[in-house]
Design a protein around this ligand. Structure first.
Ligand SMILES: [Zn+2]
Length: 127
């Protein structure tokens, strides 16, 4: 392991084991790199807490991108009612984690998640 891999790339912590974020499928089960900027294809090293938050961030970003498409009347994963409900539940879960004590995310701001969840809640799913 070389020296630049010894600290978490999100919070800089050097305590505890680091894990390489595995890039698999995205929230909607698609190959991850479809929605990702090129930089995300480089493996990054995160501490346990940041790895967890990075996964939340990834799901949030996937859901946001699909919701934008839905609002623009484009083809979207969220146009399926069950995917829409799953996304809404996932956002609630993310929010619950973010608002827990000691869970400040280096990637996501709580109000941003709250706003998206509110938008989903007031959105009428097309039949
Ligand atoms: Zn970290």
């Amino acid at each position: 392991m070389d020296s630049r891999e010894e600290t978490c790339q999100a919070c800089g912590s050097s305590s505890g084991p680091l894990s390489k974020l595995s890039l698999g499928k995205d929230f909607f089960g698609r190959p991850y790199d479809r929605l990702s900027p090129l930089s995300d294809q480089n493996p990054k090293w995160y501490c346990a807490s940041c790895s967890m938050h990075k996964n939340l961030h990834r799901d949030f970003r996937d859901i946001l991108a699909e919701f934008d498409k839905l609002q623009a009347s484009q083809s979207s994963e969220l146009s399926h009612g069950d995917e829409f409900r799953r996304a809404s539940l996932r956002l609630q879960e993310i929010l619950t984690i973010l608002t827990a004590p000691q869970q400040q995310s280096p990637f996501l701001e709580t109000p941003v998640v709250t706003r998206l969840l509110e938008q989903l809640d007031t959105f009428t799913v097309p039949v």
